[in-house]
Design a protein around this ligand. Structure first.
Ligand code: ZN
Length: 849
């Protein structure tokens, strides 16, 4: 029973902790049912604190004994922790607690996965390990001793003594408890070394379960590339003798940047050509980089409190996207990021869960690891860089590292380094951090006497708790083309600061065609009247790859919207333009593959909703099907050629070049399948020697309704590979007919390999359903009901993953009354569950509000 209503925590209430920690010593006596954790913590009063209330967080701990300066004490147990009277000056706190990692299904704190001990402490998991001031502004040097029978026992920092049944670790860098980690198990390593720019030799390891050692080489290369890149681009070197990565099968998120001991969801580190797609490879490389980059942006400089989460996440996402752009193709990375941003962050920003990049209150911080904090947070860094310029950005970062190394910092600190290096006033820019919602940027134009004028207006719709919005500073990158397709004005950044503002360009001989918001220079929704002819022109001539792609996207979207709204036929202008584009050998195959992608169901639903319509998920799905079919027919004479031309004949490499070729060939295969009923796909399936090819063919066969045999064969082939079997689960749901997908998902939950204790498997099944709009929003309501059933069950085991998945309901108010009533019933059913977690209660309440 919940004895108190969940408490809301406010940024404005921040106060420093009353004590400083000089040193932490932890001893773990490992046991699945009864692990003992002994802590010795040297505290002294914090001279900067107003109060000296000795409160330590602690949850689900059995306190065996506590001492202060060697004398037994009896702390007062209070909700969420304990309080104790303490001496005036410095003192030594000692506690012994007991925990049961084997019973920990929440995967937060110390838990077990396949017999291996593992921790997850961000954001507030350390309080499930021992009593501690579990807040990021309390930083300390940790010494850890692990006692147990496990062959491999790891913690943060550098290794110390090891012997029979114990291992010691010392981390010289002060850190908050959320960066603590411990791993113990029967693991094997893939070792390597790295020499830093200043000549230090670092031991590198990727630790995995026996049998997975063949899937580490790519991750290791990605790690070394990241280490080098951070030295070259940001001047940041690694700072310990050893860097360990561990793969764990049961993990709520992608990965975690614990100091010197990154822990990864095995799906985000293990890779082999036979089992991983090109997409998997790219994601693995990016996540390895992301976690590694946290060593400076997150660990050396951490966050004062959890409201500042975007300080580390936005910046680190931005850094990992720069890395991917450098390693692969910058335009392809940018386009892919914007597709994601629109599908996930815009959706969040325009619904009941909208919140500022730096929220001002929360109930459960785990619910704020969102697309807004991460992806929009990264967009803000990109805008800042655009506004101040590359050189000033580098200088500001230099100052940031110099000034704040070792600090628990804030967004104010971050902006101040930019103000100090550039002399700019960033108070208006700060609104991007405090105001939620996606600005609508509308533009009209005028041309007279050689002068071309763009009139902009910005407006942000209200979001929960924020009715009125002030104008933000928006960097608008613009280029101008003349009617024959030449660029008459290269990219120029306009700085919009007012609600309404105009910019003129003179000396033009003819009315130009504008290319606005190049590179997606700000996370806004651009509203501008255009027509198919202009879009086809930009798709053919724009020099900015992002806007070139965007023109094709808009062409496709407008055509689809007309099909959905008016039952129009597929747009001929789009069909011709996209066929020309696909044939254009001057274009990167990866770009062509992206430009052959169609706006997703979610993006179309958003557009319809934005225009005041009620989206019909089934009609959206049908329009996409019709367009795909018509396009396959229209492009019939080139698909076979594309397919043949882009077959990769060299041995598999996860390079951007090969991946681009495969992406284009597989886009062609999708079109071929619509006409040949799956014959070519079956041939590809039968001869595939890598997962990219196999999975693409598998998808085509499922789409064509010819997947039965492949479903059997795929399972047979991969039943012993957990990560591949996740794909087997999700593919069957994703490619099912919308009317049947919920039944397919329901029957998969009865499969012997389904387990709700494994977040990957749960997401592969129920998450796959929730991410297929026509299926999830099927008018029967069976999609909603099935997800609710399983979220209710999962909440008792794993609140964090449950709460995250609840966000799949966030768009419910867009839909018709019948669907709304069904979602509402599902959400109310979840909310009525006895003992529902704080995580899920907060999410469902916000979605229903
Ligand atoms: Zn991160």
């Amino acid at each position: 029973m919940k004895d108190t209503a969940p408490e809301t925590i406010y940024l404005a209430d921040y106060t420093a902790f009353g004590f400083v920690i000089d040193r932490v010593q932890l001893t773990f006596r490992l046991d699945p049912k009864a692990t003992r954790v002994l802590s010795r913590i040297a505290f002294r009063p914090n001279p900067d604190a107003a109060e000296h209330d000795f409160f330590l967080h602690g949850e689900e701990l059995k306190l065996i004994r506590a001492r202060i300066n060697g004398a037994e004490v009896t702390p007062q147990m209070v909700p969420g922790g304990l309080r104790c009277d303490v001496p005036e000056g410095p003192f030594l706190w000692e506690a012994e607690v007991e925990i049961a990692p084997e019973d920990n299904t929440a995967l937060e704190g110390l838990y077990m996965s396949n017999g291996m001990y593992c921790t997850q402490c961000e954001a507030e998991g350390f309080r499930k390990i021992t009593y501690y001031p579990d807040r990021p502004d309390v930083m300390a040097v940790f010494d850890v001793r692990i006692e147990g029978e496990m062959p491999v026992m790891l913690s943060n920092g550098n290794p110390g003594d090891t012997g029979n049944g114990f291992a010691e670790w010392h981390d010289p860098w002060p850190k908050p408890a959320y960066l603590f980690a411990l791993v113990a198990g029967d693991l094997v390593n893939h070792p390597d070394r790295f020499t830093t720019a200043s000549g230090s030799d670092v031991e590198l390891n990727i630790w995995v379960r026996p049998g997975d050692e063949g899937k580490c080489a790519f991750g290791m290369q990605a790690l070394k590339d990241s280490m080098r890149w951070d030295e070259e681009v940001y001047g940041r070197e690694y700072d310990l003798d050893i860097f360990n990565i561990v793969a764990v099968d049961d993990f709520n998120m992608g990965a975690m940047e614990n100091k010197g001991l990154n822990i990864f969801n095995s799906s985000c580190v293990l890779a082999s050509p036979e089992t991983s797609t090109d997409g998997n490879y790219e994601r693995i490389e990016a996540i390895i980089a992301h976690e590694y980059f946290h060593n400076w942006t997150g660990n050396r400089i951490t966050c004062r409190d959890w409201f500042q989460l975007c300080l580390k996440e936005g910046l680190t996402v931005y850094r990992d996207s720069q890395f991917t752009s450098d390693m692969r193709s910058a335009p392809v990375k940018r386009i892919s990021d914007v597709i994601m941003l629109r599908a996930r962050q815009f959706r969040e920003d325009n619904g009941p869960l909208a919140h500022p990049v730096r929220p001002e209150s929360f109930v459960e911080i785990n619910n704020f690891y969102t697309a807004t904090v991460y992806e929009k947070g990264a967009e803000l860094i990109g805008m800042l860089k655009t506004l101040v310029g590359d050189e000033a950005y580098d200088k500001a970062l230099e100052l940031y590292f110099e000034r704040h190394d070792g600090d628990a910092a804030t967004i104010e600190d971050w902006l101040k380094v930019f103000e100090d290096t550039t002399g700019r006033d960033l108070s208006q820019f700060k609104r991007w951090y405090s105001q939620a919602g996606t600005p609508r940027l509308s533009v009209t134009e005028e041309f007279a006497d050689g002068t071309y004028t763009l009139h902009f207006e910005q407006k942000t719709p209200p979001t929960p708790g924020q009715e009125a919005k002030d104008p933000r500073v928006i960097p608008i990158a613009v280029g101008l083309l003349n009617p024959n397709g030449d660029e008459v004005m290269p990219t120029t950044v306009l700085e919009m600061t007012e609600a309404r503002q105009s910019f003129s360009f003179d000396g033009l001989s003819a009315r130009p065609v504008p290319s606005i918001l190049r590179g997606f220079s700000a996370p806004v929704i651009l509203e501008r009247e255009s027509d198919n002819a202009e879009r086809a022109f930009l798709l053919a001539h724009d020099t900015d790859p992002f806007n070139k792609w965007e023109a094709g996207r808009a062409l496709a979207r407008d055509g689809l919207l007309a099909m959905i709204r008016e039952g129009a036929a597929p747009d001929q202008g789009y069909l011709d333009a996209v066929a020309t584009m696909a044939r254009d050998s001057a274009l990167d195959p990866a770009f062509r593959a992206l430009a052959l992608g169609l706006p997703g169901q979610e993006e179309l639903a958003q557009s319809l909703h934005d225009a005041g319509d009620t989206p019909d998920p089934q009609a959206i799905w049908e329009a996409l099907e019709t367009l795909r079919q018509t396009r396959a027919e229209h492009m019939q004479d080139i698909t076979a050629k594309l397919y043949a031309e882009f077959q990769v004949t060299e041995p598999f490499e996860p390079s951007a070049a090969q991946a681009g070729a495969r992406a284009l060939a597989n886009a062609a295969l999708g079109m071929i399948t619509r006409l040949d009923g799956g014959a070519q796909a079956q041939r590809q399936y039968d001869s595939a020697d890598n997962m990219t090819q196999q999975l693409a063919a598998f998808s085509c066969l499922l789409e064509a309704g010819k997947g039965e045999e492949a479903v059997r064969a795929f399972y047979e082939q991969w039943q012993n590979d957990r990560l591949v079997i996740d794909k087997w689960f999700s593919m069957q749901v994703i490619h099912a007919d919308p009317a049947e997908a919920a039944d397919v998902a329901a029957s998969l939950t009865q499969h012997q390999d389904f387990s709700m204790k494994n977040p990957n498997r749960f997401r592969a099944t129920l998450g796959a359903l929730a991410m297929s709009p026509a299926a999830f929003h099927h008018a029967s309501g069976k999609g909603y009901a099935l997800l609710a059933d399983w979220l209710i069950r999962l909440d008792a085991l794993n609140p964090q993953t449950t709460a995250r998945m609840c966000s799949q309901f966030e768009t419910w108010r867009r839909y018709d009354e019948g669907r709304q009533a069904k979602v509402k019933a599902a959400l109310e059913r979840i909310l009525a569950t006895p003992d529902l977690s704080r995580d899920t209660t907060e999410m469902v309440t916000r979605i229903l509000e």
